[in-house]
Each structure stands twice: as structure tokens, then as C-alpha cells.
Design a protein around this ligand. Structure first.
Ligand code: ADP
Ligand code: MG
Length: 584
């Protein structure tokens, strides 16, 4: 149960004293959906529209009547009031709650539909998104209200048909009467233990309804702040009668588990959605598509889980159901108290139905209670909860109409995508490969990637080596050019030196001839005795000296020549060496 503080602030009601019943505190609530088509006016858009809350009390069951179960709930439909009688310490305390509409134990399915749901269906046909929640303790008539009793064998529309088949019938009746062009699709999902199951998914290999045929599916963000259920089966409905087959198919799949409280109690939430596309023509003759959606939510039993005898293995299940239901309660509190952060993301139920709580959707809550004294505690909890939810304000907006051509384009690309998926599945040439091969391929891919990485490293180091060798080659080339130039110069010098030597040898030869000539002259003179001995001696020494100088000069020239030749040889060798070391 919620704390009394919340109740005081949220609903303006907690007192147990009859003098402070909610009626005395409550301002009259405007009936927002009583068929007044102006209800969605500008005013609504600016200020928001309150969530409409309807209270339905079921009759006592045959068994309850047989054992004379005391009744503690009384309904005043015309005053829209529900009164709970409570005895505390021998004092009778009445608590009265005011709702948008109240349906007592004798109310019929048809009546509830026509007064409360039919106007909502009309709004769906106008292009709004609408959501109807059924909230209450297990066994109080949520599923009865939403789906209704079983179909009659002769195919007649049963009198205990619930909201879903009646809504579908109304949609068909209206659109057929208008001879409108339209299409209607339905989805049916179950949220159990924070897992989504498609209740319309085709049965797989097993013929029996077991856990395998209820594959959990993913909730995806649509990138526009909303969420969608990926791969959810959408069934096209063409007649109102078809809806029974769909409901039966889905309901049979719904998970139920036995607890001490109620053998048919359901711990799962189910969401039945109807989407309608209607073709319209603008005055300019352009074809537009109007879209409306109706979500019908049958919530899990609101009873306190500790009283249901949930134990051990069931504890997690109980906890997870509480998670979605508790989050729903917290979201409602946050919205009512304008407390800033609204914890939509804390459960799948609130993520899925985010737009229905404080968003652009028109929302209605049908709270169901039992009149029995044995359910009083839960009934009071439901009444408090529902009463508080009345204060949630939504800002309904009509869905934007789409151009038919744009819609067709979208549908074509969708068909294309699906066709490819079907093809891949059938031909097994898409992602459908045997698991072993997939694993092998993956391992191979990994090994290849590693190999590529290794090779890249090797090639990197090789490239580095190549650049080093290239640099070495370049510097060698420069050195060779330098040496060739020097060699050229040396060769030129050698030539000059050789020429000089040749000149010197020539001169040497001439000098020798001159000496011989002089010696001949001197010997002649000596013979003639005209020259004195010392003069002869002097002349001889002069001659000897010049011969010595000439010899030295010759020797020096020869050394020079030898050195030049040695250098040339050395350079030739260097040139040869650098040619053989350079890369080709
Ligand atoms: P819930 O879904 O809340 O657990 P059900 O819809 O299964 O409860 O209802 C429990 C039982 O009470 C069913 O047998 C159902 O036919 C019966 N019941 C519930 N509401 C009404 C009603 N308004 N009139 C007649 N029978 C009802
Ligand atoms: Mg139920």
C-alpha cells in the first residue's frame, strides 16, 4: 500500500472519519469523455487532460452468495460514488470515493462499453492514441471487463463480450458505414517477469503450449523518445469475428500460475493494441492516411504479494511483477506530485506505456473491485490508487496525417527488407549457417586477423630497412661523385706532371749534350795548356753540381709520377667497390 502522505498530497484524501470523506474535499471532476466532441479543444492542449478513472465493482459469485459473504462496497452510479464500509474497533467507518464513472455489480458489459469506452474508440478513429488500463486485485474482473466471457458457439455476438471485441466491432461498424478505405492491425503481448512474449507469434515446432513457444523478445528505443517491441507479430483483422480467434489464441498462451489466493490468478500484464489506418482526401484531392491506436492493458493482480503465499521459486516472479506494478505506482505519484523525475525507465511496463502516462495519449483506467468483506483491504488500496491516478494530466495530440505516397514508400521498403529476410531464411544463404561452421569461420577470421597484424609488423620493419639502405646508397652515390671529380682533377695534374717531366728530361738531355760539348772544349783547351789547373778544377765542380741537381730533379719527378699512379689505382678500386655495394 502507498503511504498515507502520498494520499494526502495526491488525492486530497486519507481521513477515515466520515466527516472528511473525499467528496467533501474534492472539487467536482469534469467528465472529459462523455461524448462531448469538443473535449479535445485548445484548452485541453494547453492545460492537459486528466486521466479518466472508472470504477467497476463485480457482483458476488455464486459461491460467495451461497456462503452469504458480507458485502462492504456500495456504488452510487448517478453520483459517481463508491462507499466502503469498514469496522475498526467496533466503530463503523465509511469511506467514500468519487470517480469519473462508477459501474455497480449489476452493470452490464454493453453499458460499460457504451458509456465509458465507445467515446474513446471514436477518438481513436479521429487519430488519437488512447490507452485503457484495467487495474485491480486478481478475481475482480479485469479480464472479464477487457476480453469478456467465452464466444457463443453459434457465432452470435455474446452479451458478455468485453471491451476488446466491442471496440473492434465499433471500429468496423463505423468505417463500413462511412465506406472508408482502412486497415486494422492488432498486436497482443504479455509482460511476465519483466520479459515480453508475443502472444500472436506462430507456434513453432511443438504443438503443445510450453515455454519454448513463448520466446522473449526485445524492447527497443525508436530514437524518437519512444519504444517499440522488435519483431512483434502484427495480425491484420478484416472482420469483427476474427478478433475472437486472436483473443483465444493469445489467451491460451498467457501464463497463469496457481497461488493460494486464486487458482486462475494471472501474474502477467497483457497489452492488446489495435492500430487503424484510414484513407482520407484533402480538399486538393491529395490522399492522406490518418492513424489511430488503442491500447488495452490488462494488468497483473494488484494484491499484496505477501498475502498470495508466494514463496521460494515464485519469489523472483513476485518481485518482478511488483517491479512493473510498483513502478507504475511511482510513475503515477511522480506525475501527480509534479516531482520532476518520472521513473518511466525503471520497468518495461512503464517504458512501453510511457506516452499513456503524462504523454500525448488519452488515458483511461478501469479499476475493478470485489464487494466482498474478505477483499476489503485490497479494495481500499485499489480505491486509493485509482483515486490518486485521477490527477494525472496528459496532453493529447492527434497523430500527424501521412501522405499516402510516403506511407506506401515506407511500406515498400519494409516489404523489401522482409523479403530479403525470408529469402535468407529459406535459401539458408544469409546469416543462416550451421553453428559449427559459424564457430569455425569465426575462429578462422580471428586467426587471419592476428596473422595480418603480424605481417603488418614485419612489413613495417622491412620498409624501415629499405629506407635505411636507400639512404646509405644515396650517400655512397654522393661520395662516388665526389671521388670521380677528384680523380678527374688528379688525372689532369698527372698529365701536367708527365709533361713537366718530359720537359725536364729534354732539358737534362740538352744539359748532358752541353756538358759533353764543354768537356770536349775543356779537354781541347787543357791540351792546349792555356787554362790554369784551379780554373779547371772550379769548372769541373760546377759541372758536377749541375749534374747532381739534374739527377735529383729527375728522381723527384719519378717519385711524383709513381705516387700519382698509385692514387689512380686506389681510386679505381674505390669506384669499383661502390658500384658493387649499391642496390640495383
Ligand atoms: P481478473 O482478471 O481480475 O483476475 P476475471 O476477469 O478473471 O478477474 O474475473 C474473475 C471471475 O469473476 C470470472 O469468473 C468472471 O467471469 C467473474 N466476473 C468478473 N467480473 C464480473 C462481472 N462484472 N459480472 C459477472 N461476472 C464477473
Ligand atoms: Mg485476469
Amino acid at each position: 500500500m502507498e503511504s498515507s502522505q502520498h494520499q494526502r498530497r495526491g488525492g486530497g484524501f486519507v481521513s477515515l472519519s466520515p466527516s472528511q470523506t473525499p467528496r467533501s474535499n474534492d472539487k467536482p471532476v469534469r467528465d472529459l469523455r462523455s461524448g462531448d466532441s469538443n473535449s479535445s479543444s485548445k484548452h485541453d492542449k494547453d492545460k492537459g487532460v486528466n486521466v479518466q478513472v472508472i470504477l467497476r465493482c463485480r457482483p458476488l459469485s455464486a459461491e460467495e452468495m451461497r456462503i452469504h459473504t458480507p458485502v462492504v462496497i456500495s456504488c452510487n452510479e448517478s453520483r459517481r460514488e463508491v462507499c466502503a464500509v469498514q469496522n475498526i474497533a467496533n466503530k463503523q467507518i465509511d469511506r467514500t470515493f468519487l470517480f469519473d464513472k462508477v459501474f455497480g455489480p449489476s452493470s452490464q458489459q454493453k453499458e460499460l462499453f457504451e458509456l465509458a469506452v465507445s467515446p474513446i474508440v471514436n477518438e481513436v478513429l479521429e487519430g488519437y492514441n488512447c490507452t485503457i488500463f484495467a487495474y485491480g486485485q486478481t478475481g475482480t474482473g479485469k479480464t472479464y471487463t477487457m476480453e469478456g466471457g467465452a464466444r457463443k458457439k453459434n457465432g452470435e455476438f455474446p452479451s458478455d463480450a468485453g471491451v476488446i471485441p466491442r471496440a473492434v466491432k465499433q471500429i468496423f461498424d463505423i468505417l463500413e458505414a462511412q465506406s472508408a478505405e482502412y486497415s486494422m492491425k492488432v498486436t497482443f503481448l504479455e509482460l511476465y517477469n519483466e520479459e515480453i512474449t508475443d502472444l500472436l507469434a506462430p507456434e513453432e515446432t511443438t504443438k503443445f503450449i510450453d515455454d519454448k513457444s513463448k520466446k522473449p523478445i526485445a524492447l527497443m528505443e525508436d530514437g524518437k523518445g519512444g519504444v517499440f517491441v522488435r519483431g512483434l507479430e502484427e495480425e491484420l483483422v478484416t472482420t469483427a469475428n476474427e478478433i475472437y480467434k486472436i483473443l483465444e489464441k493469445g489467451s491460451a498462451k498467457r501464463r497463469t500460475a496457481e497461488t493460494l489466493l486464486n487458482k486462475q490468478s494471472s501474474r502477467s500484464h497483457s497489452i492488446f493494441s489495435i492500430t487503424i489506418h484510414i484513407k482520407e482526401c484533402t480538399p486538393e484531392g491529395e490522399e492522406m492516411i490518418k492513424c489511430g491506436k488503442l491500447n488495452l492493458v490488462d494488468l497483473a493482480g494488484s494484491e499484496n504479494i505477501s498475502r498470495s503465499g508466494a514463496r521460494e521459486g515464485r519469489a523472483r516472479e513476485a518481485g518482478e511483477i511488483n517491479k512493473s506494478l510498483l513502478t507504475l505506482g511511482r510513475v503515477i505519484n511522480a506525475l501527480v506530485e509534479h516531482s520532476g523525475h518520472v521513473p518511466y525507465r525503471d520497468s518495461k511496463l512503464t517504458r512501453l506505456l510511457r506516452d499513456s502516462l503524462g504523454g500525448k495519449t488519452k488515458t483511461c483506467i478501469i479499476a475493478t473491485v470485489s464487494p466482498s468483506i474478505h477483499c476489503l483491504e485490497e479494495t481500499l488500496s485499489t480505491l486509493d490508487y485509482a483515486h490518486r491516478a485521477k490527477n494525472i494530466k496528459n496532453k493529447p495530440e492527434i497523430n500527424q496525417k501521412m501522405m499516402k505516397s510516403a506511407l506506401i514508400k515506407d511500406l515498400y521498403s519494409e516489404i523489401d527488407r522482409l523479403r530479403q529476410e525470408v529469402y535468407a531464411a529459406r535459401e539458408k544463404n544469409g546469416i543462416y549457417i550451421p553453428r559449427d561452421r559459424y564457430l569455425h569461420d569465426e575462429a578462422e577470421k580471428k586467426a587471419m586477423a592476428e596473422k595480418i597484424e603480424r605481417m603488418e609488423l614485419v612489413s613495417e620493419s622491412k620498409e624501415k630497412q629499405i629506407t635505411e639502405v636507400q639512404e646509405l646508397y644515396n650517400s655512397q652515390q654522393m661520395l662516388t661523385a665526389d671521388l670521380s671529380e677528384k680523380l678527374g682533377k688528379t688525372e689532369k695534374k698527372l698529365e701536367e706532371t708527365e709533361n713537366a717531366l718530359f720537359d725536364l728530361e729534354d732539358k737534362h738531355r740538352q744539359a748532358n749534350a752541353t756538358i759533353k760539348e764543354k768537356e770536349f772544349l775543356i779537354s781541347n783547351l787543357l791540351k792546349s795548356g792555356e787554362l790554369k789547373y784551379d780554373l779547371r778544377k772550379h769548372l769541373l765542380s760546377v759541372l758536377l753540381n749541375s749534374e747532381k741537381s739534374l739527377k735529383m730533379l729527375l728522381q723527384t719527378s719519378q717519385i711524383c709520377l709513381a705516387r700519382s699512379k698509385g692514387r689512380i689505382k686506389l681510386r679505381m678500386e674505390i669506384k669499383h667497390l661502390s658500384r658493387s655495394s649499391s642496390p640495383s
